[in-house]
Structure formats: structure tokens, C-alpha cells
Design a protein around this ligand. Structure first.
Ligand SMILES: C[S@@+](CC[C@H](N)C(=O)[O-])C[C@H]1O[C@@H](n2cnc3c(N)ncnc32)[C@H](O)[C@@H]1O
Length: 261
């Protein structure tokens, strides 16, 4: 029988003081004024409880984390942000391959970087073109107390130099994302055949120049093929999309120790 206790009933309002695991509204943008020390302190305590749920890999971890997002982003979570069970498998792979630095290309609201930082000791850099999502991601990193290992950069992948890392995470980074929200509309962010072509080229270029041994983790791919210099060393197909771990050839360490599903 499951060890998990029943989910706690969300509080009736947006108050932080009585927020348990699942605040009804995002404390980051919709809750009380976090400039008030008492509210901020209560939010930190609530985040610590959610951290425990994530680290225990409880089935309610996704709901618990997503409740910290504003409604428009929470509603898109299933389609746009990495689910926690997928993240837990990625965390296992990062540990097994001894990766230390990870870049999430198209980091959105920061769910991957923040939750993966709670599950590993890696450093994460999220690159995201929508400034409002980067603000959200930074606020989450601070509340979940991982800001010392998690950094977010605002910018367009195809137009910026990408930081070097042991591993790159790609969850459909170059799709068109619509939050059906004034707050997250960011009409200045273009998406068309030209930007897609440019981003796919920039990705192939980055991967072609990366040193031997570089890891790439794809969840539902990125819209193009990986260069042939990369071999798939693990795959997990239990999730809604295939999760794959790739490594650039020429690395002397073999793939022992990486579990596949
Ligand atoms: C499917 S979401 C994944 C979010 C995050 N990696 C996660 O798993 O939680 C893809 C994100 O990529 C961003 N994106 C799309 N094209 C981009 C580009 N050229 N440069 C930077 N970010 C981009 C989108 O705004 C969106 O937030």
C-alpha cells in the first residue's frame, strides 16, 4: 500500500500562512505580497514541504510543484513543462553519468531546472526567450532555495552563444508556445519557418562543436535529428513521450552504469 498520505486540501484563499503542500494560487505571482518578511518566510517554509514531496518522488509531486505556477502556466503544464516522473529519471541519468553542468534549452517557467536541482547536485543554466517566464523561473529558484546552482538567461537560442555544459536538455524547445494570457503573450517573440530553421541549424552546430562525451537528453526530441556522432545510450518509453540519453562518441568511459527502462 502507498505510504503517501492523502493530498492536503488547498486553502480557501491565496494566503501563505495556511498554505500546506498545495497553495491554491501561485504564491510567486498571485499570492500575498512577498515583500512582507512574514509572507516570504511562510512561502519558503511551504516550498520546503513541496521539496520533501519531490525528493520522496511521491506521485503528487507534479501537482504540488505546479500549484506554485500562475494559473495560465499551470494549465499548460502537461503539454509544456517536464513531468516530475520524467525529471526523476533524468536526475538518475545525470547522477549515473556524473554530469556536473546542465543547460536546458528553452527553460520556460523553470520547472525542469528548479526541480532537477532539488534531485541532484548539478548546476543548471536555463536559456529562455520569454522574459516573463525567466522572471517566474528566477522567483521559483529563489523560493526553492536553489538559486546558487540555478541560473536563467533571457535570450533567443539561435542568436546567442550557448554556455558549455556536460549535458544539454531538450524538451521540444522550438515549438510555438501560446499561454492564452496577456501576461505571458510576449508578442515580440517570433515563431515562423525561418526561426525554426535557424534554431535547428544552431542546435546541430552546437552539438557538432561539443567535445566528445557531451550528453544530450531529449524528451520528445527537438525537431531535428541528432548528428551521427551521438549514440543513444539509454531510453525510457514509459512516459507520454520517449526520453532518450545520448552521448557524443569518442568518449572512453563506455555506458556501464546507465540504467535503461
Ligand atoms: C516545451 S517548453 C519546455 C520548458 C522546460 N524545458 C521544461 O521542460 O520545463 C519549451 C520552451 O522553449 C522556449 N523557446 C522556444 N524557442 C526558443 C528559442 N529560440 N530560444 C529560447 N527559448 C525558446 C519556449 O518559450 C518554451 O518556454
Amino acid at each position: 500500500m502507498s505510504q503517501e498520505s492523502a493530498p492536503e486540501t488547498p486553502s480557501a484563499g491565496c494566503g501563505i500562512a495556511d498554505v500546506a503542500i498545495e497553495p491554491e494560487c501561485s504564491p510567486v505571482l498571485e499570492g500575498p505580497d512577498l515583500r512582507r518578511p512574514a509572507d516570504y518566510w511562510a512561502a519558503l517554509r511551504a516550498a520546503r514541504r513541496v521539496t520533501e514531496v519531490i525528493q520522496a518522488r511521491q506521485t503528487r509531486a507534479d501537482v504540488a510543484f505546479d500549484r506554485w505556477l500562475p494559473e495560465e502556466l499551470r494549465d499548460r503544464s502537461l503539454e509544456y513543462w517536464t513531468p516530475l516522473p520524467v525529471l526523476a529519471r533524468v536526475a538518475d541519468w545525470l547522477r549515473e553519468t556524473q554530469a556536473r553542468t546542465v543547460v536546458d534549452i528553452g527553460s520556460g517557467a523553470g520547472k525542469f531546472c528548479v526541480a532537477a536541482a532539488l534531485l541532484t547536485s548539478c548546476r543548471f543554466i536555463g536559456l529562455e526567450q520569454r522574459a516573463s517566464l525567466v522572471d517566474m523561473a528566477r522567483a521559483l529558484a529563489t523560493l526553492f532555495d536553489v538559486a546558487d546552482r540555478v541560473t536563467f538567461l533571457t535570450g533567443d537560442f539561435g542568436a546567442l552563444p550557448t554556455p558549455q555544459a556536460d549535458a544539454y536538455y531538450l524538451y521540444n524547445p522550438f515549438g510555438e508556445y501560446d499561454f492564452d494570457s496577456d501576461r505571458y503573450a510576449e508578442l515580440g517573440v517570433p515563431f515562423n519557418d525561418e526561426t525554426l530553421k535557424r534554431d535547428l541549424f544552431a542546435m546541430s552546430y552546437l552539438l557538432a562543436l561539443a567535445p566528445a562525451g557531451t550528453l544530450v537528453i531529449t524528451y520528445n526530441g527537438f525537431g531535428g535529428p541528432l548528428p551521427r556522432s551521438y549514440e543513444q545510450i539509454a531510453v525510457d518509453v514509459r512516459f507520454p513521450c520517449a526520453l532518450r540519453l545520448w552521448r557524443k562518441r569518442g568518449w572512453g568511459g563506455g555506458s556501464a552504469g546507465v540504467r535503461t527502462a
